[in-house]
Design a protein around this ligand. Structure first.
Ligand code: 4GO
Length: 240
């Protein structure tokens, strides 16, 4: 099985350590199911100040990431991949990340994630080097690193073998029925006077499965009816 290889082009490689060192993603890397590396445009700066940003043409506040060091970093990161990577720029102007897009990305063996800073990157780099622009949602972050780390985490979970048996059942819930998750409870059975629903302590696995599906459907109807809009009628008519 070939591992997914992800490069992050970033001025702050130390931020990416939060996904490479810990948790599910850290374990995926230890087990060679995923490889993550960083390339810093600063290392490709050509002037004596190692500049990577400059003032925006047309004026206005803030700085823009310069084309040359960023393109050199993208080229260097791309060349280190076994195959030709898909280059993704994380920005609020992109297509929104969804479960289905995450699964699409997880099938790609080689990814380069470009994390911008300041007001963004020179548009000529987007035109010349970027295959896809992806956004987490309609809000602005100070840098693309957190967005790239979200992509890495979500993609890693879809790589076969990364999640254990227990964990993958949970991940499946969104994948197979496209609904919100049901509520979860653990001990104690009564916490500060609030009891766990009886059915969960009944030992009746069929009843538990039906209760959870009903809760998931009810929560999805109330909170995210858009998720139920274009699905088979069977789901719409299910009891809540
Ligand atoms: C991505 C990047 C938001 C997202 C970003 C998002 N903000 N919604 N900020 O996924 C260029 C400079 C973009 C800062 C970056």
């Amino acid at each position: 099985m070939s591992a997914t290889t992800i490069s992050v082009v970033t001025l702050f490689p130390e931020l990416v350590a939060a996904v490479t060192r810990s948790g599910v993603t850290g374990r995926a890397i230890d087990r060679k199911l995923l490889a993550v590396s960083c390339t810093n445009p600063r290392d490709f700066a050509t002037d004596r100040h190692n500049s990577v940003d400059d003032r925006p043409f047309g004026g206005g506040p803030g700085m823009v990431m310069m084309a040359a060091p960023l393109e050199s970093a993208i080229d260097s990161a791309s060349a280190a991949h076994a195959g030709k990577p898909v280059v993704v720029y994380m920005s609020p102007q992109g297509e929104q990340l969804t479960h289905s897009l995450v699964m699409e990305l997880a099938r790609l063996p080689d990814l380069v994630l470009v994390a911008g800073r300041y007001e963004g990157i020179d548009e000529r780099v987007v035109q010349r080097k970027v295959d896809r622009e992806i956004s987490l949602g309609d809000y602005v972050l100070s840098g693309g690193e957190l967005a790239a780390m979200v992509v890495i985490d979500a993609v890693a979970r879809q790589i076969p073998g990364v999640l254990g048996h227990e964990e993958s059942a949970v991940a499946d819930s969104f994948a197979t029925d496209g609904m919100l998750d049901h509520p979860h409870y653990t001990r104690p059975a009564v916490y500060d006077g609030v009891a766990v629903p009886d059915v969960l302590r009944s030992g009746d696995h069929q009843a538990i499965a039906e209760w959870r599906q009903g809760q998931a459907l009810q929560r999805t109807r109330q909170r995210r009816p858009d998720l139920l809009a274009d699905r088979p009628a069977r789901h719409k008519e299910d009891k809540g």
